[in-house]
Design a protein around this ligand. Structure first.
Ligand code: G6P
Length: 489
Protein backbone atom coordinates (compact mmCIF):
# COMPACT_ATOMS: atom_id res chain seq x y z
CA UNK A 1 0.00 0.00 0.00
CA UNK A 2 1.42 3.31 -1.07
CA UNK A 3 1.21 6.38 1.13
CA UNK A 4 0.74 9.90 -0.24
CA UNK A 5 4.48 10.58 0.13
CA UNK A 6 5.16 7.58 -2.12
CA UNK A 7 6.59 5.33 0.61
CA UNK A 8 5.30 1.81 1.00
CA UNK A 9 3.40 0.96 4.13
CA UNK A 10 2.05 -2.32 5.44
CA UNK A 11 -1.72 -2.51 5.61
CA UNK A 12 -3.04 -2.32 9.16
CA UNK A 13 -5.15 -5.21 10.31
CA UNK A 14 -7.48 -4.92 13.29
CA UNK A 15 -8.02 -8.48 14.46
CA UNK A 16 -11.06 -8.61 16.69
CA UNK A 17 -11.61 -11.79 18.69
CA UNK A 18 -13.30 -12.51 22.00
CA UNK A 19 -9.99 -13.57 23.54
CA UNK A 20 -6.77 -11.62 23.15
CA UNK A 21 -3.65 -13.59 22.16
CA UNK A 22 -2.16 -12.87 25.59
CA UNK A 23 -3.61 -13.75 28.96
CA UNK A 24 -3.09 -11.34 31.84
CA UNK A 25 -2.43 -12.19 35.49
CA UNK A 26 -2.34 -9.34 38.01
CA UNK A 27 0.90 -9.07 39.98
CA UNK A 28 0.27 -5.84 41.90
CA UNK A 29 -1.95 -2.77 41.80
CA UNK A 30 -0.48 -1.64 38.48
CA UNK A 31 1.71 -4.53 37.35
CA UNK A 32 0.77 -7.42 35.11
CA UNK A 33 2.19 -10.68 33.88
CA UNK A 34 1.35 -11.24 30.23
CA UNK A 35 1.62 -14.64 28.66
CA UNK A 36 1.30 -15.12 24.93
CA UNK A 37 -1.09 -17.91 24.12
CA UNK A 38 -0.20 -19.71 20.93
CA UNK A 39 -3.55 -20.72 19.54
CA UNK A 40 -4.26 -21.25 15.83
CA UNK A 41 -5.21 -17.66 15.15
CA UNK A 42 -2.20 -16.17 16.96
CA UNK A 43 0.35 -18.34 15.21
CA UNK A 44 -1.43 -17.75 11.90
CA UNK A 45 -0.91 -14.03 12.19
CA UNK A 46 2.54 -14.14 13.80
CA UNK A 47 4.04 -15.42 10.57
CA UNK A 48 2.33 -12.88 8.31
CA UNK A 49 4.65 -9.99 7.47
CA UNK A 50 2.45 -8.39 4.87
CA UNK A 51 0.20 -6.78 7.47
CA UNK A 52 0.63 -4.99 10.74
CA UNK A 53 -1.74 -6.90 13.03
CA UNK A 54 -3.30 -5.14 16.03
CA UNK A 55 -5.60 -7.08 18.33
CA UNK A 56 -8.79 -6.09 20.09
CA UNK A 57 -10.37 -8.45 22.63
CA UNK A 58 -11.14 -9.47 26.18
CA UNK A 59 -8.08 -10.05 28.39
CA UNK A 60 -9.89 -12.84 30.28
CA UNK A 61 -9.69 -11.04 33.66
CA UNK A 62 -12.19 -8.99 35.62
CA UNK A 63 -10.60 -5.54 36.18
CA UNK A 64 -12.98 -3.00 37.68
CA UNK A 65 -10.64 -0.34 39.12
CA UNK A 66 -9.30 2.57 37.10
CA UNK A 67 -5.62 1.98 37.97
CA UNK A 68 -5.90 -1.65 36.91
CA UNK A 69 -7.62 -0.85 33.62
CA UNK A 70 -5.11 1.89 32.78
CA UNK A 71 -2.01 -0.16 33.65
CA UNK A 72 -3.28 -3.24 31.81
CA UNK A 73 -4.09 -1.15 28.74
CA UNK A 74 -0.53 0.21 28.78
CA UNK A 75 1.04 -3.22 29.25
CA UNK A 76 -1.03 -4.71 26.45
CA UNK A 77 -0.21 -1.83 24.09
CA UNK A 78 3.37 -3.14 23.94
CA UNK A 79 2.00 -6.36 22.46
CA UNK A 80 -0.21 -4.44 20.02
CA UNK A 81 -3.27 -5.52 21.99
CA UNK A 82 -6.23 -3.37 23.00
CA UNK A 83 -8.47 -4.68 25.79
CA UNK A 84 -12.25 -4.65 26.03
CA UNK A 85 -13.22 -4.71 29.71
CA UNK A 86 -16.19 -6.89 30.64
CA UNK A 87 -17.60 -7.08 34.16
CA UNK A 88 -18.41 -10.36 35.87
CA UNK A 89 -22.13 -10.27 35.17
CA UNK A 90 -21.59 -9.62 31.47
CA UNK A 91 -19.05 -12.44 31.29
CA UNK A 92 -21.60 -14.70 32.94
CA UNK A 93 -24.46 -13.79 30.60
CA UNK A 94 -22.49 -13.32 27.37
CA UNK A 95 -19.52 -15.72 27.58
CA UNK A 96 -20.72 -18.54 29.85
CA UNK A 97 -24.35 -18.10 28.80
CA UNK A 98 -25.11 -17.11 25.24
CA UNK A 99 -21.74 -18.01 23.67
CA UNK A 100 -20.82 -21.23 25.39
CA UNK A 101 -24.11 -22.65 26.58
CA UNK A 102 -26.21 -21.77 23.53
CA UNK A 103 -24.26 -21.01 20.34
CA UNK A 104 -21.30 -23.34 20.89
CA UNK A 105 -23.35 -26.55 21.48
CA UNK A 106 -25.89 -25.62 18.81
CA UNK A 107 -23.24 -25.00 16.14
CA UNK A 108 -21.78 -28.42 17.02
CA UNK A 109 -25.14 -30.21 16.73
CA UNK A 110 -25.21 -30.98 20.45
CA UNK A 111 -28.63 -30.57 21.99
CA UNK A 112 -28.72 -29.65 25.67
CA UNK A 113 -30.44 -32.09 28.01
CA UNK A 114 -34.17 -31.30 28.22
CA UNK A 115 -34.20 -29.77 31.71
CA UNK A 116 -31.18 -27.57 30.88
CA UNK A 117 -32.84 -26.57 27.62
CA UNK A 118 -35.88 -25.28 29.53
CA UNK A 119 -33.73 -23.31 31.97
CA UNK A 120 -31.76 -21.88 29.06
CA UNK A 121 -34.94 -20.89 27.25
CA UNK A 122 -35.99 -18.90 30.31
CA UNK A 123 -32.69 -17.03 30.51
CA UNK A 124 -32.40 -16.67 26.75
CA UNK A 125 -33.58 -13.08 26.42
CA UNK A 126 -31.24 -11.64 29.04
CA UNK A 127 -28.28 -13.62 27.64
CA UNK A 128 -29.00 -12.45 24.12
CA UNK A 129 -29.27 -8.85 25.34
CA UNK A 130 -25.85 -9.21 27.03
CA UNK A 131 -24.44 -10.70 23.82
CA UNK A 132 -25.58 -7.71 21.79
CA UNK A 133 -24.33 -5.29 24.45
CA UNK A 134 -20.86 -6.87 24.44
CA UNK A 135 -20.72 -6.86 20.63
CA UNK A 136 -21.56 -3.15 20.74
CA UNK A 137 -18.77 -2.59 23.29
CA UNK A 138 -16.31 -4.31 20.93
CA UNK A 139 -17.56 -2.09 18.09
CA UNK A 140 -17.00 1.03 20.20
CA UNK A 141 -13.38 0.05 20.82
CA UNK A 142 -12.79 -0.83 17.16
CA UNK A 143 -14.30 2.46 16.06
CA UNK A 144 -12.11 4.39 18.48
CA UNK A 145 -8.92 2.84 17.06
CA UNK A 146 -9.93 2.55 13.41
CA UNK A 147 -7.88 4.45 10.81
CA UNK A 148 -8.90 4.87 7.20
CA UNK A 149 -7.66 1.96 5.07
CA UNK A 150 -7.58 -0.54 7.95
CA UNK A 151 -8.95 -4.01 7.44
CA UNK A 152 -11.18 -5.15 10.30
CA UNK A 153 -11.22 -8.91 10.69
CA UNK A 154 -13.83 -10.21 13.17
CA UNK A 155 -13.57 -13.72 14.53
CA UNK A 156 -15.89 -16.43 15.66
CA UNK A 157 -19.31 -17.07 17.12
CA UNK A 158 -18.80 -14.61 19.98
CA UNK A 159 -18.92 -11.67 17.59
CA UNK A 160 -21.69 -12.35 15.07
CA UNK A 161 -23.26 -8.98 15.78
CA UNK A 162 -20.06 -7.05 15.30
CA UNK A 163 -20.13 -6.59 11.49
CA UNK A 164 -23.53 -4.88 11.76
CA UNK A 165 -22.43 -2.59 14.62
CA UNK A 166 -19.28 -1.63 12.71
CA UNK A 167 -21.06 -0.84 9.46
CA UNK A 168 -23.50 1.34 11.40
CA UNK A 169 -20.53 3.39 12.55
CA UNK A 170 -18.91 3.55 9.15
CA UNK A 171 -20.28 1.88 6.02
CA UNK A 172 -16.87 2.31 4.32
CA UNK A 173 -15.04 0.12 6.82
CA UNK A 174 -13.65 -3.08 5.26
CA UNK A 175 -15.14 -5.79 7.45
CA UNK A 176 -14.53 -9.54 7.28
CA UNK A 177 -15.96 -12.18 9.61
CA UNK A 178 -14.60 -15.70 9.99
CA UNK A 179 -16.21 -18.57 11.88
CA UNK A 180 -13.85 -21.04 13.58
CA UNK A 181 -16.61 -23.54 14.40
CA UNK A 182 -18.85 -25.47 12.02
CA UNK A 183 -21.91 -23.62 10.75
CA UNK A 184 -24.70 -26.18 11.18
CA UNK A 185 -27.43 -27.22 8.79
CA UNK A 186 -30.14 -24.56 8.44
CA UNK A 187 -32.56 -26.99 10.16
CA UNK A 188 -30.44 -26.67 13.30
CA UNK A 189 -29.81 -22.95 12.99
CA UNK A 190 -33.54 -22.22 12.59
CA UNK A 191 -34.26 -23.51 16.11
CA UNK A 192 -32.43 -20.50 17.54
CA UNK A 193 -34.86 -17.78 18.65
CA UNK A 194 -32.45 -15.07 17.44
CA UNK A 195 -31.74 -16.89 14.14
CA UNK A 196 -32.67 -14.03 11.76
CA UNK A 197 -31.08 -11.20 13.70
CA UNK A 198 -27.78 -13.08 13.85
CA UNK A 199 -27.76 -13.90 10.15
CA UNK A 200 -28.55 -10.32 9.17
CA UNK A 201 -25.84 -8.99 11.45
CA UNK A 202 -23.21 -11.28 9.89
CA UNK A 203 -24.37 -10.35 6.38
CA UNK A 204 -23.37 -6.75 7.08
CA UNK A 205 -19.73 -7.91 6.58
CA UNK A 206 -18.13 -7.61 3.15
CA UNK A 207 -16.66 -11.12 3.34
CA UNK A 208 -17.84 -14.08 5.42
CA UNK A 209 -15.49 -17.06 5.74
CA UNK A 210 -15.73 -20.68 6.94
CA UNK A 211 -13.31 -23.61 7.19
CA UNK A 212 -15.14 -25.82 4.69
CA UNK A 213 -17.49 -25.56 1.70
CA UNK A 214 -20.15 -27.45 3.68
CA UNK A 215 -20.24 -24.81 6.41
CA UNK A 216 -20.40 -22.03 3.79
CA UNK A 217 -23.22 -23.87 2.01
CA UNK A 218 -25.15 -24.29 5.28
CA UNK A 219 -24.82 -20.58 5.96
CA UNK A 220 -26.07 -19.63 2.50
CA UNK A 221 -29.03 -22.07 2.86
CA UNK A 222 -29.90 -20.56 6.24
CA UNK A 223 -29.99 -17.11 4.60
CA UNK A 224 -32.17 -18.31 1.73
CA UNK A 225 -34.55 -20.45 3.81
CA UNK A 226 -34.85 -18.30 6.92
CA UNK A 227 -34.43 -14.80 5.47
CA UNK A 228 -35.74 -15.53 1.97
CA UNK A 229 -32.63 -14.00 0.36
CA UNK A 230 -30.99 -15.12 -2.84
CA UNK A 231 -27.96 -17.43 -2.67
CA UNK A 232 -25.48 -17.14 -5.56
CA UNK A 233 -22.17 -18.93 -6.21
CA UNK A 234 -20.45 -15.82 -4.80
CA UNK A 235 -22.50 -15.50 -1.64
CA UNK A 236 -25.79 -13.98 -0.53
CA UNK A 237 -27.58 -11.13 -2.25
CA UNK A 238 -29.99 -8.72 -0.59
CA UNK A 239 -31.53 -5.97 -2.75
CA UNK A 240 -28.56 -5.85 -5.10
CA UNK A 241 -26.05 -5.89 -2.24
CA UNK A 242 -23.72 -8.92 -2.24
CA UNK A 243 -22.09 -10.42 0.85
CA UNK A 244 -19.30 -12.65 -0.37
CA UNK A 245 -19.29 -16.10 1.32
CA UNK A 246 -16.42 -18.56 0.84
CA UNK A 247 -14.32 -21.33 2.39
CA UNK A 248 -10.84 -20.61 3.77
CA UNK A 249 -9.49 -23.75 5.49
CA UNK A 250 -7.06 -22.76 8.25
CA UNK A 251 -3.67 -24.46 8.70
CA UNK A 252 -0.77 -24.30 11.18
CA UNK A 253 2.67 -22.72 11.20
CA UNK A 254 4.16 -26.13 10.32
CA UNK A 255 7.77 -24.86 10.27
CA UNK A 256 7.50 -23.89 13.91
CA UNK A 257 6.76 -27.51 14.87
CA UNK A 258 9.32 -29.02 12.50
CA UNK A 259 12.05 -26.68 13.78
CA UNK A 260 11.07 -27.36 17.40
CA UNK A 261 12.05 -31.03 17.02
CA UNK A 262 15.67 -29.90 16.77
CA UNK A 263 15.60 -27.99 20.07
CA UNK A 264 17.60 -29.57 22.92
CA UNK A 265 14.61 -29.30 25.30
CA UNK A 266 12.41 -31.21 22.88
CA UNK A 267 15.09 -33.86 22.21
CA UNK A 268 15.46 -34.31 25.95
CA UNK A 269 11.71 -34.84 26.40
CA UNK A 270 11.65 -37.28 23.47
CA UNK A 271 14.38 -39.40 25.02
CA UNK A 272 12.63 -39.36 28.38
CA UNK A 273 9.30 -40.44 26.89
CA UNK A 274 10.93 -43.18 24.80
CA UNK A 275 12.54 -44.63 27.92
CA UNK A 276 9.37 -44.28 29.97
CA UNK A 277 7.21 -46.12 27.43
CA UNK A 278 9.80 -48.54 26.03
CA UNK A 279 8.17 -51.73 24.77
CA UNK A 280 4.71 -50.16 24.58
CA UNK A 281 2.91 -48.42 21.72
CA UNK A 282 1.88 -44.87 22.53
CA UNK A 283 -1.56 -43.59 21.64
CA UNK A 284 -2.29 -39.90 22.13
CA UNK A 285 -5.27 -37.58 22.54
CA UNK A 286 -4.84 -33.81 22.98
CA UNK A 287 -8.07 -31.88 23.45
CA UNK A 288 -9.65 -29.07 25.37
CA UNK A 289 -11.95 -30.87 27.81
CA UNK A 290 -15.01 -30.05 25.74
CA UNK A 291 -18.09 -32.10 24.95
CA UNK A 292 -17.48 -31.65 21.21
CA UNK A 293 -14.19 -33.54 21.37
CA UNK A 294 -15.72 -36.98 21.96
CA UNK A 295 -13.35 -37.82 24.82
CA UNK A 296 -15.72 -40.34 26.51
CA UNK A 297 -16.25 -42.06 23.13
CA UNK A 298 -12.49 -42.28 22.60
CA UNK A 299 -11.85 -43.78 26.01
CA UNK A 300 -14.75 -46.23 25.76
CA UNK A 301 -13.42 -47.42 22.39
CA UNK A 302 -9.99 -47.94 23.95
CA UNK A 303 -11.65 -49.98 26.72
CA UNK A 304 -13.44 -52.12 24.14
CA UNK A 305 -10.15 -52.65 22.29
CA UNK A 306 -8.43 -53.83 25.51
CA UNK A 307 -11.42 -56.01 26.35
CA UNK A 308 -11.30 -57.75 22.97
CA UNK A 309 -7.50 -57.93 22.67
CA UNK A 310 -6.05 -59.20 25.95
CA UNK A 311 -2.60 -59.58 24.34
CA UNK A 312 -2.36 -55.81 23.91
CA UNK A 313 -3.17 -54.94 27.54
CA UNK A 314 0.40 -54.32 28.69
CA UNK A 315 1.70 -53.31 25.27
CA UNK A 316 -0.17 -50.07 24.65
CA UNK A 317 -0.82 -46.90 26.61
CA UNK A 318 -3.24 -44.05 25.94
CA UNK A 319 -2.03 -40.58 26.96
CA UNK A 320 -4.94 -38.17 27.12
CA UNK A 321 -4.11 -34.49 27.61
CA UNK A 322 -7.40 -32.83 28.54
CA UNK A 323 -6.94 -29.08 28.83
CA UNK A 324 -9.51 -27.53 31.22
CA UNK A 325 -11.73 -24.95 29.55
CA UNK A 326 -14.86 -22.87 30.34
CA UNK A 327 -14.90 -24.34 33.82
CA UNK A 328 -17.77 -22.11 35.03
CA UNK A 329 -20.21 -23.66 32.55
CA UNK A 330 -22.12 -26.58 34.20
CA UNK A 331 -21.96 -28.81 31.08
CA UNK A 332 -18.15 -28.69 31.21
CA UNK A 333 -18.15 -29.51 34.94
CA UNK A 334 -20.37 -32.54 34.29
CA UNK A 335 -18.09 -33.71 31.49
CA UNK A 336 -15.00 -33.53 33.73
CA UNK A 337 -16.67 -35.81 36.31
CA UNK A 338 -17.86 -38.20 33.60
CA UNK A 339 -14.40 -38.53 32.02
CA UNK A 340 -12.70 -39.02 35.42
CA UNK A 341 -15.16 -41.76 36.27
CA UNK A 342 -14.62 -43.67 33.02
CA UNK A 343 -10.81 -43.36 33.20
CA UNK A 344 -10.83 -44.54 36.82
CA UNK A 345 -12.98 -47.53 35.98
CA UNK A 346 -10.79 -48.60 33.03
CA UNK A 347 -7.54 -48.17 34.94
CA UNK A 348 -9.03 -50.15 37.82
CA UNK A 349 -10.08 -52.86 35.42
CA UNK A 350 -6.96 -53.22 33.26
CA UNK A 351 -4.18 -51.65 35.36
CA UNK A 352 -1.45 -53.67 37.04
CA UNK A 353 0.75 -52.90 40.03
CA UNK A 354 3.33 -51.38 37.71
CA UNK A 355 1.36 -49.82 34.83
CA UNK A 356 -1.98 -48.23 33.97
CA UNK A 357 -3.50 -48.23 30.46
CA UNK A 358 -4.63 -44.57 30.49
CA UNK A 359 -2.64 -41.54 31.63
CA UNK A 360 -5.18 -38.76 31.87
CA UNK A 361 -3.87 -35.22 32.51
CA UNK A 362 -6.22 -32.33 33.35
CA UNK A 363 -3.83 -29.65 32.14
CA UNK A 364 -2.00 -28.27 29.16
CA UNK A 365 1.65 -29.01 28.30
CA UNK A 366 4.25 -26.46 27.36
CA UNK A 367 5.30 -26.30 23.72
CA UNK A 368 8.50 -28.43 23.96
CA UNK A 369 6.72 -31.19 25.91
CA UNK A 370 3.81 -31.18 23.48
CA UNK A 371 6.06 -31.43 20.41
CA UNK A 372 7.99 -34.31 22.01
CA UNK A 373 4.76 -36.13 22.76
CA UNK A 374 3.57 -35.73 19.17
CA UNK A 375 6.92 -37.03 17.94
CA UNK A 376 6.93 -40.26 20.01
CA UNK A 377 3.28 -41.12 19.36
CA UNK A 378 2.40 -44.21 17.33
CA UNK A 379 -1.30 -43.47 16.92
CA UNK A 380 -3.09 -40.13 17.45
CA UNK A 381 -6.81 -40.21 18.16
CA UNK A 382 -9.00 -37.25 17.18
CA UNK A 383 -12.58 -38.28 17.86
CA UNK A 384 -14.49 -34.98 17.76
CA UNK A 385 -18.27 -35.30 17.52
CA UNK A 386 -18.08 -32.07 15.49
CA UNK A 387 -15.10 -29.75 15.10
CA UNK A 388 -14.61 -26.65 12.95
CA UNK A 389 -11.20 -27.86 11.73
CA UNK A 390 -9.11 -29.49 14.51
CA UNK A 391 -5.50 -28.39 14.36
CA UNK A 392 -4.21 -31.06 16.77
CA UNK A 393 -4.37 -33.42 13.80
CA UNK A 394 -2.18 -31.00 11.80
CA UNK A 395 0.30 -30.53 14.65
CA UNK A 396 0.66 -34.30 15.07
CA UNK A 397 1.38 -34.79 11.37
CA UNK A 398 3.97 -31.96 11.37
CA UNK A 399 5.93 -33.72 14.15
CA UNK A 400 5.86 -37.21 12.62
CA UNK A 401 8.51 -36.94 9.88
CA UNK A 402 10.59 -39.75 11.38
CA UNK A 403 8.01 -41.94 13.12
CA UNK A 404 5.24 -41.81 10.47
CA UNK A 405 2.55 -42.68 12.96
CA UNK A 406 -1.12 -43.16 12.20
CA UNK A 407 -3.85 -40.56 12.56
CA UNK A 408 -7.33 -41.78 13.48
CA UNK A 409 -9.59 -38.87 12.62
CA UNK A 410 -13.28 -38.21 13.08
CA UNK A 411 -15.20 -37.69 9.87
CA UNK A 412 -16.99 -34.87 11.72
CA UNK A 413 -13.88 -32.69 12.01
CA UNK A 414 -13.25 -30.13 9.25
CA UNK A 415 -9.74 -31.67 8.95
CA UNK A 416 -11.31 -34.87 7.57
CA UNK A 417 -11.77 -33.00 4.29
CA UNK A 418 -8.07 -32.24 3.98
CA UNK A 419 -6.37 -35.18 5.77
CA UNK A 420 -9.02 -37.79 4.90
CA UNK A 421 -6.86 -39.67 2.39
CA UNK A 422 -3.98 -40.10 4.84
CA UNK A 423 -5.92 -40.71 8.05
CA UNK A 424 -8.19 -43.54 9.13
CA UNK A 425 -11.58 -41.84 9.14
CA UNK A 426 -14.04 -42.91 11.82
CA UNK A 427 -17.51 -42.19 13.11
CA UNK A 428 -16.79 -41.61 16.82
CA UNK A 429 -20.37 -42.53 17.76
CA UNK A 430 -19.63 -46.07 16.57
CA UNK A 431 -17.52 -47.46 19.43
CA UNK A 432 -17.14 -50.88 17.76
CA UNK A 433 -15.73 -49.35 14.58
CA UNK A 434 -13.48 -47.05 16.60
CA UNK A 435 -12.12 -50.00 18.61
CA UNK A 436 -11.31 -51.96 15.47
CA UNK A 437 -9.66 -48.87 13.91
CA UNK A 438 -7.34 -48.79 16.92
CA UNK A 439 -6.34 -52.39 16.20
CA UNK A 440 -5.84 -51.62 12.52
CA UNK A 441 -3.70 -48.55 13.28
CA UNK A 442 -1.51 -50.39 15.80
CA UNK A 443 -0.70 -53.18 13.35
CA UNK A 444 -0.48 -51.17 10.10
CA UNK A 445 2.47 -52.01 7.83
CA UNK A 446 5.36 -49.56 7.61
CA UNK A 447 4.69 -49.17 3.91
CA UNK A 448 1.07 -48.09 4.38
CA UNK A 449 2.02 -45.76 7.26
CA UNK A 450 4.63 -44.10 5.08
CA UNK A 451 2.19 -43.51 2.21
CA UNK A 452 -0.51 -42.13 4.47
CA UNK A 453 1.93 -39.90 6.30
CA UNK A 454 3.40 -38.46 3.08
CA UNK A 455 -0.04 -37.43 1.93
CA UNK A 456 -0.84 -35.62 5.16
CA UNK A 457 2.61 -34.11 5.63
CA UNK A 458 2.49 -32.56 2.16
CA UNK A 459 -0.89 -31.02 2.91
CA UNK A 460 0.05 -29.67 6.34
CA UNK A 461 3.29 -28.10 5.13
CA UNK A 462 1.75 -26.48 2.06
CA UNK A 463 -1.57 -25.21 3.51
CA UNK A 464 -0.22 -23.10 6.33
CA UNK A 465 -1.82 -20.61 8.67
CA UNK A 466 0.12 -17.77 7.06
CA UNK A 467 -1.29 -18.66 3.67
CA UNK A 468 -4.77 -18.83 5.20
CA UNK A 469 -4.54 -15.33 6.68
CA UNK A 470 -3.07 -13.81 3.53
CA UNK A 471 -5.73 -15.39 1.33
CA UNK A 472 -8.58 -14.15 3.52
CA UNK A 473 -7.29 -10.59 3.74
CA UNK A 474 -6.50 -10.27 0.05
CA UNK A 475 -9.92 -11.69 -0.82
CA UNK A 476 -11.47 -9.10 1.49
CA UNK A 477 -9.55 -6.29 -0.21
CA UNK A 478 -10.64 -7.58 -3.65
CA UNK A 479 -14.26 -7.98 -2.56
CA UNK A 480 -14.44 -4.36 -1.47
CA UNK A 481 -12.85 -3.11 -4.71
CA UNK A 482 -15.29 -5.20 -6.79
CA UNK A 483 -18.26 -3.86 -4.79
CA UNK A 484 -17.08 -0.28 -5.41
CA UNK A 485 -16.79 -0.99 -9.16
CA UNK A 486 -20.29 -2.53 -9.20
CA UNK A 487 -21.89 0.49 -7.55
CA UNK A 488 -20.12 2.84 -9.98
CA UNK A 489 -21.60 1.02 -12.99
C1 G6P B 1 -12.41 -22.54 20.12
C2 G6P B 1 -13.02 -21.24 19.64
C3 G6P B 1 -12.12 -20.06 19.98
C4 G6P B 1 -11.78 -20.10 21.46
C5 G6P B 1 -11.14 -21.43 21.84
C6 G6P B 1 -10.82 -21.55 23.34
O1 G6P B 1 -11.31 -22.87 19.35
O2 G6P B 1 -13.30 -21.29 18.26
O3 G6P B 1 -12.74 -18.84 19.66
O4 G6P B 1 -10.92 -19.02 21.80
O5 G6P B 1 -12.04 -22.47 21.49
O6 G6P B 1 -11.97 -21.33 24.11
P1 G6P B 1 -12.09 -20.13 25.15
O7 G6P B 1 -13.53 -20.13 25.55
O8 G6P B 1 -11.16 -20.49 26.27
O9 G6P B 1 -11.68 -18.85 24.49
Amino acid sequence: FERQDGRLQRQRLLVVANRLPVSAVRKGEDSWNLEVSVGGLVSALLGVNEFEANWIGWAGVNVTDEIGQRSLTEALAEKRCIPVFLDQELVHQYYNGYCNNILWPLFHYLPLPQEDRLATTRSFQSQFAAYKEVNQMFADVVNEHYQEGDVVWCHDYHLMFLPKCLKEYNSEMKVGWFLHTPFPSSEIHRTLPSRSELLRAVLAADLVGFHTYDYARHFVSACTRILGLEGTPEGVEDQGQLTRVAAFPIGIDSDRFIRALELPAVKYHIKELQERFAGRKVMLGVDRLDMIKGIPQKILAFEKFLEENPDWRDKVVLLQIAVPTRTDVPEYQKLTCQVHEIVGRINGRFGTLTAVPIHHLDRSLDFPALCALYAVTDVALVTSLRDGMNLVSYEFVACQASKKGVLILSEFAGAAQSLGAGAILVNPWNITELASSIGYALTMSANEREKRHQHNFLHVTTHTSQEWAETFVSELNDTVVEAQLRTRH
